[in-house]
Design a protein around this ligand. Structure first.
Ligand code: HEC
Length: 154
């Protein structure tokens, strides 16, 4: 009887985990990728704010923001850039069809951000001057991809 109860509990846990996995895979990919973009924006708010002198330079906060940016940029986003979710086909999406039609260019621009965020991650905690030296390439990497692959406001 004891074994039987344990087995039932095991099944319940497995079902719970399976449910979580299924709901995870069904999360809206457009919202997921927009949330990653929002974390980019939050990091850039701190780094850009310090670079422009709108916010006092704080090495620990700068390092934290740069590390968060690099982690988000390096994360596997393949599950969120799902074909058929371009602007006009999925609610709220502003992703141009070029994300998929020019996948090599999109991947190169993702890599461009990873490279710039890697340099920023090394610089941000060093000094304000080092942060300022790295910010242009990061902003440039955001802008390059938006210009090519992000559509007009919905
Ligand atoms: C490789 C391409 C690429 C790079 C690099 C990139 N973005 Fe984006 N970004 C997009 C696309 C495409 C969208 C539109 C996504 C959608 O609506 O489906 C977007 C949307 C956004 C949004 C709007 C999110 C929302 O709530 O709808 C913000 C904010 C943003 N990006 C900030 C940034 C910042 C800051 C950086 C640089 C640190 C950056 N992005 C780098 C492609 C990119």
């Amino acid at each position: 009887m004891k074994h039987f109860k344990t087995a039932i509990a095991g099944v319940a846990v497995t079902a719970l985990l399976a449910g979580a996995a299924i709901s995870g895979s069904h999360a809206d990919p457009v919202t997921e990728r927009q949330n990653i973009m929002k974390t980019y924006g939050a990091s850039m708010g701190v780094l850009g704010g310090m670079a422009k002198g709108k916010m006092a330079y704080d090495a620990a906060k700068a390092s934290e923001a740069a590390a968060a940016l690099l982690a988000a940029a390096s994360s596997d986003q393949s599950g969120f850039w799902v074909e058929g979710t371009q602007q006009g086909f999925a609610d709220t999406s502003r992703a141009k069809i070029s994300v998929w039609d020019m996948a090599d260019d999109f991947a190169a621009k993702e890599q461009g951000l990873i490279d710039a965020a890697t340099a920023m991650n090394a610089a941000a905690g060093e000094s304000l001057a080092a942060l300022q030296g790295a910010i242009g390439d990061v902003g440039g990497a955001c802008a390059a991809c938006h210009k090519a692959h992000r559509g007009p406001k919905n």
